[in-house]
Ligand binder design. Structure first.
Ligand code: 16G
Ligand code: ZN
Length: 562
Protein backbone atom coordinates (compact mmCIF):
# COMPACT_ATOMS: atom_id res chain seq x y z
CA UNK A 1 0.00 0.00 0.00
CA UNK A 2 0.90 3.68 -0.12
CA UNK A 3 2.50 3.96 3.31
CA UNK A 4 4.69 0.93 2.64
CA UNK A 5 6.07 2.22 -0.62
CA UNK A 6 6.82 5.68 0.76
CA UNK A 7 8.70 4.12 3.65
CA UNK A 8 10.60 1.74 1.37
CA UNK A 9 11.60 4.56 -0.91
CA UNK A 10 12.72 7.02 1.75
CA UNK A 11 14.54 4.52 3.95
CA UNK A 12 16.53 3.23 0.99
CA UNK A 13 18.02 6.73 0.81
CA UNK A 14 19.33 6.50 4.40
CA UNK A 15 21.47 3.37 4.62
CA UNK A 16 23.04 2.79 8.05
CA UNK A 17 26.84 2.88 8.26
CA UNK A 18 28.11 -0.71 8.36
CA UNK A 19 29.17 -2.22 11.65
CA UNK A 20 27.76 0.51 13.89
CA UNK A 21 25.53 -0.50 16.78
CA UNK A 22 23.83 2.22 18.79
CA UNK A 23 21.78 2.10 21.96
CA UNK A 24 19.12 4.62 23.02
CA UNK A 25 20.84 4.81 26.41
CA UNK A 26 20.29 7.39 29.13
CA UNK A 27 20.38 10.33 26.74
CA UNK A 28 19.08 9.09 23.40
CA UNK A 29 21.45 8.12 20.60
CA UNK A 30 24.84 9.76 20.57
CA UNK A 31 27.83 9.33 18.30
CA UNK A 32 30.18 11.12 15.95
CA UNK A 33 27.88 13.30 13.85
CA UNK A 34 29.19 11.83 10.59
CA UNK A 35 27.53 8.45 11.21
CA UNK A 36 24.16 9.69 12.48
CA UNK A 37 22.15 10.47 9.30
CA UNK A 38 20.41 7.13 9.18
CA UNK A 39 19.85 7.03 12.95
CA UNK A 40 18.21 10.46 13.00
CA UNK A 41 16.08 9.60 9.96
CA UNK A 42 14.84 6.53 11.81
CA UNK A 43 14.18 8.45 15.01
CA UNK A 44 12.03 10.72 12.83
CA UNK A 45 9.93 7.66 12.00
CA UNK A 46 9.81 6.73 15.67
CA UNK A 47 8.65 10.24 16.65
CA UNK A 48 5.87 10.15 14.06
CA UNK A 49 4.67 6.76 15.31
CA UNK A 50 4.82 7.97 18.90
CA UNK A 51 2.73 11.00 17.99
CA UNK A 52 0.14 8.86 16.20
CA UNK A 53 0.01 6.43 19.08
CA UNK A 54 -0.43 9.09 21.77
CA UNK A 55 -2.45 11.48 19.59
CA UNK A 56 -0.27 14.23 21.02
CA UNK A 57 2.56 16.51 20.04
CA UNK A 58 6.01 14.88 20.32
CA UNK A 59 9.45 16.51 20.42
CA UNK A 60 12.63 15.53 18.62
CA UNK A 61 15.84 17.19 19.80
CA UNK A 62 19.17 17.07 18.02
CA UNK A 63 21.99 17.60 20.50
CA UNK A 64 24.97 15.92 22.10
CA UNK A 65 24.82 18.12 25.20
CA UNK A 66 28.27 18.47 26.83
CA UNK A 67 30.02 16.17 24.35
CA UNK A 68 32.53 17.52 21.89
CA UNK A 69 31.39 19.64 18.96
CA UNK A 70 31.97 16.93 16.35
CA UNK A 71 29.52 14.61 18.13
CA UNK A 72 25.79 14.85 17.87
CA UNK A 73 22.76 12.98 19.07
CA UNK A 74 19.01 12.69 19.00
CA UNK A 75 16.33 12.15 21.61
CA UNK A 76 12.57 12.20 21.91
CA UNK A 77 10.33 14.22 24.23
CA UNK A 78 7.10 12.43 25.18
CA UNK A 79 3.70 14.24 25.36
CA UNK A 80 4.27 15.25 29.00
CA UNK A 81 7.52 16.93 27.97
CA UNK A 82 9.50 14.21 29.75
CA UNK A 83 11.78 11.58 28.28
CA UNK A 84 10.54 8.94 25.84
CA UNK A 85 8.69 6.21 27.71
CA UNK A 86 11.05 3.39 28.63
CA UNK A 87 8.59 0.93 27.11
CA UNK A 88 9.56 2.16 23.64
CA UNK A 89 13.32 2.07 24.12
CA UNK A 90 13.71 -1.51 22.82
CA UNK A 91 11.90 -0.51 19.64
CA UNK A 92 14.13 2.57 19.35
CA UNK A 93 17.19 0.31 19.59
CA UNK A 94 15.82 -2.18 17.10
CA UNK A 95 14.85 0.54 14.62
CA UNK A 96 18.21 2.28 14.82
CA UNK A 97 20.14 -0.93 14.24
CA UNK A 98 18.06 -2.74 11.64
CA UNK A 99 20.52 -3.52 8.81
CA UNK A 100 18.53 -2.69 5.67
CA UNK A 101 15.39 -0.97 4.47
CA UNK A 102 13.40 -4.12 3.76
CA UNK A 103 13.87 -5.24 7.34
CA UNK A 104 13.09 -1.75 8.48
CA UNK A 105 9.70 -1.72 6.79
CA UNK A 106 8.92 -5.11 8.28
CA UNK A 107 9.97 -3.97 11.75
CA UNK A 108 7.75 -0.88 11.52
CA UNK A 109 4.85 -2.97 10.22
CA UNK A 110 5.11 -5.39 13.13
CA UNK A 111 5.40 -2.64 15.69
CA UNK A 112 2.41 -0.75 14.30
CA UNK A 113 0.38 -3.94 14.58
CA UNK A 114 1.60 -4.77 18.06
CA UNK A 115 1.02 -1.27 19.44
CA UNK A 116 -2.18 -0.81 17.50
CA UNK A 117 -1.03 2.48 16.03
CA UNK A 118 -3.66 4.17 13.87
CA UNK A 119 -2.00 4.61 10.47
CA UNK A 120 -3.56 6.23 7.43
CA UNK A 121 -6.61 7.33 9.32
CA UNK A 122 -7.82 10.86 9.69
CA UNK A 123 -5.41 11.33 12.56
CA UNK A 124 -2.38 13.46 12.10
CA UNK A 125 0.89 13.56 13.94
CA UNK A 126 2.80 16.68 14.96
CA UNK A 127 6.50 16.63 15.83
CA UNK A 128 8.35 19.70 17.08
CA UNK A 129 11.99 19.71 16.03
CA UNK A 130 14.82 21.48 17.81
CA UNK A 131 18.59 21.46 17.58
CA UNK A 132 21.53 22.94 19.42
CA UNK A 133 24.24 25.05 17.75
CA UNK A 134 26.37 22.18 16.44
CA UNK A 135 27.29 22.65 12.76
CA UNK A 136 26.04 19.15 11.93
CA UNK A 137 22.61 20.00 13.33
CA UNK A 138 21.10 21.41 10.20
CA UNK A 139 21.64 18.41 7.96
CA UNK A 140 20.63 15.99 10.72
CA UNK A 141 17.45 17.98 11.18
CA UNK A 142 16.79 17.48 7.46
CA UNK A 143 17.18 13.72 7.96
CA UNK A 144 14.68 13.84 10.83
CA UNK A 145 12.18 15.66 8.60
CA UNK A 146 12.55 13.00 5.93
CA UNK A 147 11.90 10.30 8.51
CA UNK A 148 8.82 12.07 9.78
CA UNK A 149 7.37 12.69 6.35
CA UNK A 150 7.75 9.03 5.44
CA UNK A 151 4.85 8.35 7.81
CA UNK A 152 1.62 9.44 6.16
CA UNK A 153 -0.12 12.25 8.04
CA UNK A 154 2.91 13.25 10.11
CA UNK A 155 3.95 16.89 10.12
CA UNK A 156 7.32 18.24 11.26
CA UNK A 157 7.48 21.74 12.73
CA UNK A 158 10.99 23.14 12.79
CA UNK A 159 11.41 25.29 15.92
CA UNK A 160 14.99 26.17 15.03
CA UNK A 161 17.91 26.39 17.45
CA UNK A 162 16.71 25.76 21.01
CA UNK A 163 17.98 24.58 24.36
CA UNK A 164 16.88 21.02 25.12
CA UNK A 165 14.63 22.16 27.99
CA UNK A 166 12.97 24.76 25.76
CA UNK A 167 11.87 22.05 23.35
CA UNK A 168 10.59 19.87 26.20
CA UNK A 169 8.73 22.88 27.60
CA UNK A 170 7.12 23.58 24.21
CA UNK A 171 5.93 20.01 23.82
CA UNK A 172 4.44 20.03 27.30
CA UNK A 173 2.79 23.42 26.81
CA UNK A 174 1.35 22.49 23.41
CA UNK A 175 -0.22 19.35 24.82
CA UNK A 176 -1.72 21.27 27.72
CA UNK A 177 -3.23 23.76 25.32
CA UNK A 178 -1.11 26.57 26.71
CA UNK A 179 0.92 29.22 24.92
CA UNK A 180 4.01 27.50 23.59
CA UNK A 181 6.02 29.90 21.46
CA UNK A 182 9.62 30.66 22.34
CA UNK A 183 8.74 34.18 23.46
CA UNK A 184 6.08 32.74 25.76
CA UNK A 185 8.82 30.71 27.42
CA UNK A 186 10.95 33.79 28.04
CA UNK A 187 7.97 35.80 29.26
CA UNK A 188 6.88 33.07 31.66
CA UNK A 189 10.39 32.87 33.11
CA UNK A 190 10.80 36.60 33.52
CA UNK A 191 7.35 37.23 34.99
CA UNK A 192 7.56 34.42 37.54
CA UNK A 193 11.07 35.56 38.48
CA UNK A 194 9.70 39.09 38.95
CA UNK A 195 6.93 37.69 41.10
CA UNK A 196 9.41 36.00 43.45
CA UNK A 197 11.47 39.17 43.70
CA UNK A 198 8.39 41.25 44.52
CA UNK A 199 7.54 38.80 47.31
CA UNK A 200 10.90 39.15 49.07
CA UNK A 201 10.22 40.02 52.71
CA UNK A 202 11.11 43.61 53.47
CA UNK A 203 14.44 43.84 55.21
CA UNK A 204 16.12 40.99 53.37
CA UNK A 205 19.54 42.34 52.56
CA UNK A 206 19.89 42.39 48.81
CA UNK A 207 23.42 41.82 47.67
CA UNK A 208 23.81 44.64 45.19
CA UNK A 209 27.58 44.30 45.28
CA UNK A 210 27.43 40.84 43.80
CA UNK A 211 27.64 40.44 40.08
CA UNK A 212 26.60 37.31 38.22
CA UNK A 213 28.78 36.05 35.37
CA UNK A 214 27.50 33.15 33.28
CA UNK A 215 29.54 30.72 31.17
CA UNK A 216 27.40 29.77 28.15
CA UNK A 217 29.69 26.87 27.10
CA UNK A 218 29.88 28.48 23.63
CA UNK A 219 26.54 26.86 22.97
CA UNK A 220 22.86 27.56 22.69
CA UNK A 221 22.43 28.51 26.36
CA UNK A 222 24.50 31.68 26.16
CA UNK A 223 22.66 32.73 23.03
CA UNK A 224 19.25 32.25 24.67
CA UNK A 225 20.33 33.95 27.86
CA UNK A 226 21.03 37.07 25.77
CA UNK A 227 17.39 37.03 24.68
CA UNK A 228 16.11 36.34 28.19
CA UNK A 229 18.18 39.24 29.52
CA UNK A 230 16.23 41.66 27.36
CA UNK A 231 12.90 40.82 29.02
CA UNK A 232 14.32 40.35 32.51
CA UNK A 233 14.30 43.02 35.20
CA UNK A 234 16.05 42.96 38.52
CA UNK A 235 19.13 40.93 37.66
CA UNK A 236 22.46 42.04 36.30
CA UNK A 237 23.91 39.22 34.19
CA UNK A 238 27.15 39.22 32.26
CA UNK A 239 27.53 36.47 29.72
CA UNK A 240 30.80 34.86 28.64
CA UNK A 241 31.29 32.11 26.05
CA UNK A 242 28.02 32.93 24.38
CA UNK A 243 29.09 31.28 21.16
CA UNK A 244 31.36 33.46 19.13
CA UNK A 245 34.39 33.36 21.40
CA UNK A 246 35.41 29.74 21.23
CA UNK A 247 34.58 26.11 20.57
CA UNK A 248 31.49 24.46 22.04
CA UNK A 249 32.30 22.66 25.32
CA UNK A 250 36.06 23.07 24.88
CA UNK A 251 37.34 23.80 28.39
CA UNK A 252 34.04 25.53 29.05
CA UNK A 253 30.62 24.53 30.30
CA UNK A 254 29.06 22.90 33.33
CA UNK A 255 30.50 19.44 32.70
CA UNK A 256 34.04 20.81 32.46
CA UNK A 257 33.65 23.03 35.51
CA UNK A 258 32.14 20.25 37.62
CA UNK A 259 34.57 17.50 36.60
CA UNK A 260 37.78 19.54 36.42
CA UNK A 261 36.90 21.95 39.20
CA UNK A 262 38.54 24.70 37.15
CA UNK A 263 37.63 28.18 35.90
CA UNK A 264 36.33 27.89 32.32
CA UNK A 265 38.06 29.60 29.42
CA UNK A 266 36.88 33.07 28.62
CA UNK A 267 36.77 34.12 32.25
CA UNK A 268 39.46 36.68 32.82
CA UNK A 269 41.07 36.11 36.23
CA UNK A 270 39.38 39.31 37.37
CA UNK A 271 35.96 37.85 36.53
CA UNK A 272 35.93 34.71 38.49
CA UNK A 273 38.10 35.84 41.34
CA UNK A 274 39.34 39.35 41.50
CA UNK A 275 42.41 41.34 40.80
CA UNK A 276 44.97 41.53 43.57
CA UNK A 277 44.06 45.17 44.20
CA UNK A 278 40.37 44.34 44.38
CA UNK A 279 41.13 41.43 46.68
CA UNK A 280 42.84 43.72 49.16
CA UNK A 281 40.02 46.20 49.08
CA UNK A 282 37.09 43.91 49.43
CA UNK A 283 36.17 41.04 51.62
CA UNK A 284 35.92 37.57 50.20
CA UNK A 285 32.13 37.70 50.49
CA UNK A 286 32.02 40.20 47.66
CA UNK A 287 33.67 37.87 45.26
CA UNK A 288 31.66 37.39 42.06
CA UNK A 289 29.11 34.69 41.59
CA UNK A 290 29.70 32.57 38.53
CA UNK A 291 27.41 30.05 36.86
CA UNK A 292 28.08 27.60 34.07
CA UNK A 293 25.62 25.98 31.63
CA UNK A 294 26.30 22.89 29.55
CA UNK A 295 26.13 22.66 25.74
CA UNK A 296 22.35 22.32 25.54
CA UNK A 297 21.57 24.22 28.75
CA UNK A 298 19.96 21.43 30.76
CA UNK A 299 22.69 21.48 33.41
CA UNK A 300 23.70 24.27 35.75
CA UNK A 301 26.47 24.61 38.31
CA UNK A 302 27.72 27.64 40.21
CA UNK A 303 31.24 28.43 41.31
CA UNK A 304 33.46 31.14 42.62
CA UNK A 305 37.15 31.33 41.94
CA UNK A 306 39.73 30.94 44.64
CA UNK A 307 41.92 34.04 44.33
CA UNK A 308 45.56 33.42 43.32
CA UNK A 309 45.00 29.69 43.12
CA UNK A 310 45.83 29.04 39.50
CA UNK A 311 42.25 28.75 38.21
CA UNK A 312 40.93 26.61 41.05
CA UNK A 313 37.34 27.12 42.07
CA UNK A 314 34.89 26.56 44.86
CA UNK A 315 32.29 24.43 43.14
CA UNK A 316 28.63 24.85 44.03
CA UNK A 317 27.18 21.79 42.35
CA UNK A 318 23.77 20.27 41.71
CA UNK A 319 23.61 18.92 45.27
CA UNK A 320 23.95 22.42 46.65
CA UNK A 321 21.42 23.85 44.23
CA UNK A 322 19.09 21.09 45.41
CA UNK A 323 19.78 21.99 49.04
CA UNK A 324 19.05 25.66 48.43
CA UNK A 325 15.78 24.82 46.68
CA UNK A 326 14.79 22.34 49.38
CA UNK A 327 15.43 24.86 52.13
CA UNK A 328 13.32 27.50 50.42
CA UNK A 329 10.43 25.16 49.62
CA UNK A 330 10.43 23.78 53.13
CA UNK A 331 10.28 27.31 54.52
CA UNK A 332 7.25 28.14 52.36
CA UNK A 333 5.49 24.92 53.32
CA UNK A 334 5.99 25.57 57.01
CA UNK A 335 4.56 29.07 56.66
CA UNK A 336 1.55 27.56 54.93
CA UNK A 337 1.11 24.84 57.51
CA UNK A 338 1.40 27.16 60.47
CA UNK A 339 -2.22 26.83 61.46
CA UNK A 340 -2.39 28.60 64.78
CA UNK A 341 -5.47 30.76 64.79
CA UNK A 342 -6.58 29.35 61.46
CA UNK A 343 -10.10 28.37 62.43
CA UNK A 344 -10.84 26.44 59.31
CA UNK A 345 -7.64 24.44 59.42
CA UNK A 346 -6.99 24.82 55.74
CA UNK A 347 -3.76 22.93 55.66
CA UNK A 348 -2.86 20.54 52.90
CA UNK A 349 -0.80 17.51 53.82
CA UNK A 350 1.71 18.10 51.03
CA UNK A 351 4.37 15.44 50.66
CA UNK A 352 7.87 16.73 49.99
CA UNK A 353 10.55 14.43 48.68
CA UNK A 354 14.13 14.84 47.55
CA UNK A 355 15.65 12.55 44.92
CA UNK A 356 19.38 12.01 44.47
CA UNK A 357 21.72 9.49 42.89
CA UNK A 358 24.71 7.73 44.42
CA UNK A 359 26.88 10.54 43.02
CA UNK A 360 25.36 12.99 45.50
CA UNK A 361 28.00 14.07 47.96
CA UNK A 362 27.44 12.31 51.28
CA UNK A 363 27.55 15.65 53.08
CA UNK A 364 24.57 16.87 51.04
CA UNK A 365 22.52 13.82 51.93
CA UNK A 366 23.36 14.26 55.62
CA UNK A 367 22.38 17.92 55.39
CA UNK A 368 19.04 17.20 53.71
CA UNK A 369 18.19 14.47 56.20
CA UNK A 370 19.11 16.83 59.00
CA UNK A 371 16.52 19.25 57.68
CA UNK A 372 14.04 16.45 58.25
CA UNK A 373 13.50 15.77 54.57
CA UNK A 374 12.75 12.45 52.95
CA UNK A 375 15.69 11.58 50.68
CA UNK A 376 15.45 8.75 48.15
CA UNK A 377 17.92 7.40 45.59
CA UNK A 378 17.53 6.24 42.01
CA UNK A 379 20.00 5.08 39.36
CA UNK A 380 21.77 7.71 37.26
CA UNK A 381 19.73 9.24 34.41
CA UNK A 382 17.06 11.90 34.40
CA UNK A 383 14.24 9.53 33.51
CA UNK A 384 14.66 7.67 36.80
CA UNK A 385 14.95 10.74 38.99
CA UNK A 386 12.05 12.49 37.31
CA UNK A 387 9.74 9.51 37.65
CA UNK A 388 10.51 9.21 41.37
CA UNK A 389 10.10 12.94 42.04
CA UNK A 390 6.66 12.87 40.39
CA UNK A 391 5.42 10.65 43.24
CA UNK A 392 5.39 13.60 45.66
CA UNK A 393 3.31 16.78 45.85
CA UNK A 394 6.65 18.53 45.65
CA UNK A 395 9.51 16.41 44.34
CA UNK A 396 12.92 17.99 44.03
CA UNK A 397 15.56 16.09 42.09
CA UNK A 398 19.11 16.87 41.11
CA UNK A 399 22.13 15.03 39.90
CA UNK A 400 25.44 16.33 41.25
CA UNK A 401 26.30 17.30 37.66
CA UNK A 402 23.65 20.02 37.77
CA UNK A 403 20.67 18.45 36.04
CA UNK A 404 17.49 18.76 38.05
CA UNK A 405 14.20 20.49 38.69
CA UNK A 406 11.23 20.72 41.04
CA UNK A 407 7.92 19.03 40.24
CA UNK A 408 4.66 20.22 41.79
CA UNK A 409 1.48 18.12 41.69
CA UNK A 410 -1.75 19.37 40.13
CA UNK A 411 -3.54 18.80 43.44
CA UNK A 412 -1.14 21.02 45.33
CA UNK A 413 -1.23 23.73 42.67
CA UNK A 414 -4.99 23.76 42.82
CA UNK A 415 -4.93 24.16 46.58
CA UNK A 416 -2.28 26.90 46.36
CA UNK A 417 -4.45 28.74 43.85
CA UNK A 418 -7.23 28.76 46.40
CA UNK A 419 -4.96 29.86 49.23
CA UNK A 420 -3.43 32.67 47.26
CA UNK A 421 -6.74 34.23 46.30
CA UNK A 422 -8.55 33.89 49.64
CA UNK A 423 -9.55 37.21 51.06
CA UNK A 424 -7.64 37.70 54.27
CA UNK A 425 -7.66 40.43 56.85
CA UNK A 426 -5.04 39.31 59.32
CA UNK A 427 -1.37 39.84 58.59
CA UNK A 428 -0.88 36.19 59.38
CA UNK A 429 -3.14 35.21 56.53
CA UNK A 430 -1.23 37.40 54.21
CA UNK A 431 2.06 35.69 55.10
CA UNK A 432 0.43 32.45 54.09
CA UNK A 433 -0.86 33.98 50.90
CA UNK A 434 2.64 35.14 50.08
CA UNK A 435 4.03 31.67 50.66
CA UNK A 436 1.34 30.25 48.37
CA UNK A 437 2.15 32.84 45.72
CA UNK A 438 5.85 32.02 45.98
CA UNK A 439 5.23 28.33 45.42
CA UNK A 440 2.95 29.11 42.48
CA UNK A 441 5.67 31.32 41.01
CA UNK A 442 8.21 28.52 41.51
CA UNK A 443 5.94 26.15 39.58
CA UNK A 444 5.92 28.57 36.64
CA UNK A 445 9.56 29.47 36.80
CA UNK A 446 11.05 26.03 37.17
CA UNK A 447 10.67 23.76 34.15
CA UNK A 448 8.09 21.03 34.88
CA UNK A 449 9.24 18.89 31.97
CA UNK A 450 12.96 18.50 32.54
CA UNK A 451 15.99 20.13 34.19
CA UNK A 452 16.56 23.60 32.73
CA UNK A 453 19.68 25.67 33.37
CA UNK A 454 18.05 29.00 32.50
CA UNK A 455 15.05 28.60 34.78
CA UNK A 456 17.21 26.98 37.47
CA UNK A 457 19.53 29.95 37.36
CA UNK A 458 16.67 32.41 37.86
CA UNK A 459 15.33 30.41 40.80
CA UNK A 460 18.76 30.31 42.43
CA UNK A 461 19.08 34.06 41.96
CA UNK A 462 15.61 34.75 43.35
CA UNK A 463 16.24 32.60 46.43
CA UNK A 464 19.66 34.14 47.10
CA UNK A 465 18.03 37.57 47.01
CA UNK A 466 15.19 36.31 49.20
CA UNK A 467 17.65 35.02 51.79
CA UNK A 468 20.00 37.96 51.36
CA UNK A 469 22.81 35.48 50.79
CA UNK A 470 26.10 35.69 48.91
CA UNK A 471 27.37 32.62 47.05
CA UNK A 472 29.70 32.01 49.97
CA UNK A 473 26.93 31.98 52.53
CA UNK A 474 25.12 29.50 50.28
CA UNK A 475 28.21 27.36 49.86
CA UNK A 476 28.57 27.18 53.65
CA UNK A 477 25.31 25.21 54.03
CA UNK A 478 27.57 22.18 54.36
CA UNK A 479 31.08 21.19 53.36
CA UNK A 480 31.49 18.63 50.59
CA UNK A 481 33.36 15.48 51.50
CA UNK A 482 36.44 15.02 49.30
CA UNK A 483 35.63 12.74 46.38
CA UNK A 484 37.35 11.17 43.39
CA UNK A 485 35.95 9.79 40.14
CA UNK A 486 37.84 7.45 37.84
CA UNK A 487 36.92 5.57 34.71
CA UNK A 488 38.21 2.14 33.86
CA UNK A 489 38.25 0.88 30.26
CA UNK A 490 36.97 -2.68 30.22
CA UNK A 491 36.31 -5.26 27.52
CA UNK A 492 32.64 -5.55 28.38
CA UNK A 493 31.07 -3.02 30.70
CA UNK A 494 27.81 -4.94 30.73
CA UNK A 495 29.58 -7.58 32.84
CA UNK A 496 29.12 -5.19 35.75
CA UNK A 497 25.58 -5.37 37.09
CA UNK A 498 24.41 -3.19 39.96
CA UNK A 499 21.44 -2.97 42.32
CA UNK A 500 20.06 -0.58 44.98
CA UNK A 501 20.35 2.55 42.86
CA UNK A 502 23.80 1.49 41.65
CA UNK A 503 25.28 1.31 45.14
CA UNK A 504 25.85 -2.46 45.13
CA UNK A 505 27.58 -4.65 42.55
CA UNK A 506 25.76 -7.96 42.16
CA UNK A 507 27.91 -9.24 39.31
CA UNK A 508 30.73 -10.26 38.92
CA UNK A 509 30.40 -12.15 42.18
CA UNK A 510 32.74 -11.23 45.00
CA UNK A 511 33.51 -7.69 43.86
CA UNK A 512 31.15 -6.02 46.30
CA UNK A 513 32.73 -7.83 49.25
CA UNK A 514 36.13 -6.60 48.10
CA UNK A 515 34.82 -3.03 47.73
CA UNK A 516 33.33 -3.22 51.22
CA UNK A 517 36.63 -4.38 52.66
CA UNK A 518 38.51 -1.50 51.00
CA UNK A 519 35.92 1.10 51.99
CA UNK A 520 36.00 0.00 55.64
CA UNK A 521 39.62 1.14 55.85
CA UNK A 522 38.68 4.80 55.46
CA UNK A 523 36.83 7.10 57.86
CA UNK A 524 33.62 8.33 56.16
CA UNK A 525 34.53 6.09 53.23
CA UNK A 526 31.92 5.41 50.54
CA UNK A 527 32.54 3.90 47.16
CA UNK A 528 30.59 2.44 44.24
CA UNK A 529 31.19 1.31 40.67
CA UNK A 530 28.74 1.30 37.75
CA UNK A 531 28.84 0.80 34.00
CA UNK A 532 28.52 4.13 32.16
CA UNK A 533 25.37 4.63 30.13
CA UNK A 534 27.10 6.89 27.62
CA UNK A 535 30.69 5.62 27.26
CA UNK A 536 32.42 2.28 27.03
CA UNK A 537 33.79 2.42 30.57
CA UNK A 538 33.09 1.41 34.14
CA UNK A 539 32.99 4.41 36.48
CA UNK A 540 34.38 4.46 40.02
CA UNK A 541 33.27 6.98 42.64
CA UNK A 542 34.94 7.26 46.04
CA UNK A 543 34.42 9.60 48.93
CA UNK A 544 36.29 9.88 52.22
CA UNK A 545 37.32 12.36 54.90
CA UNK A 546 40.46 13.56 53.08
CA UNK A 547 41.46 14.07 49.43
CA UNK A 548 44.23 11.55 49.79
CA UNK A 549 41.94 8.92 51.27
CA UNK A 550 39.35 9.44 48.51
CA UNK A 551 42.09 9.10 45.86
CA UNK A 552 43.47 5.96 47.43
CA UNK A 553 40.08 4.36 47.81
CA UNK A 554 39.16 5.12 44.19
CA UNK A 555 42.47 3.76 42.93
CA UNK A 556 42.33 0.52 44.85
CA UNK A 557 38.72 -0.13 43.84
CA UNK A 558 39.56 0.67 40.19
CA UNK A 559 42.08 -2.16 40.34
CA UNK A 560 39.41 -4.55 41.54
CA UNK A 561 37.30 -3.82 38.46
CA UNK A 562 40.12 -3.89 35.96
C1 16G B 1 23.29 11.49 30.55
C2 16G B 1 22.11 11.78 31.43
C3 16G B 1 22.57 12.33 32.76
C4 16G B 1 23.56 11.38 33.40
C5 16G B 1 24.67 11.02 32.46
C6 16G B 1 25.47 9.87 33.04
C7 16G B 1 19.91 12.58 30.75
C8 16G B 1 19.16 13.66 30.05
N1 16G B 1 21.24 12.75 30.81
O1 16G B 1 23.97 12.67 30.26
O2 16G B 1 21.46 12.48 33.57
O3 16G B 1 24.10 11.94 34.56
O4 16G B 1 24.14 10.59 31.22
O5 16G B 1 26.43 9.43 32.13
O6 16G B 1 19.35 11.61 31.26
P1 16G B 1 27.20 8.07 32.38
O7 16G B 1 26.19 6.96 32.43
O8 16G B 1 28.17 7.96 31.26
O9 16G B 1 27.92 8.22 33.70
ZN1 ZN C 1 22.93 18.64 28.58
Amino acid sequence: EKQRSILLDSSSRFPPPPGVKLSYGTAGFRADASILQSTVFRVGILAALRSLKTQSVIGLMITASHNKVSDNGVKIADPSGGMLTQAWEPFADALANVPNFLHLVQLVDDFVMKENIPLEGVQSAVILLGRDTRPSGESLLEAAKQGISSIVGAVAVDMGVLTTPQLHWMVRSRNKGMKAAEMDYFNQLSSSFRCLIDLIPPGSAVNVMDKLIVDGANGVGGEKLQVLKKVLHGLDIQIRNSGKEGVLNEEVGADYVQKEKAVPRGFAPADAGMSVAHFQLSSISQCFRCASLDGDADRLVYFSAIPNSNNRIRLVDGDKILSLFALFIKEQLSILNDNEGDRENNSYPATLGVVQTAYANGASTDYLKHLGLEVVFTPTGVKYLHEKAAEYDIGIYFEANGHGTILLSEGLLHWLDGRSSEPSLTSKGSEQQKAALRLLAVSKLINQAVGDALSGLLLVEAILQHMGWSIHRWNELYHDLPSRQLKVKVVDRSAVVTANAETVVVRPLGIQEAINAETAKYPRGRCFVRPSGTEDVVRVYAEASTEEAADNLANSVAQLVD
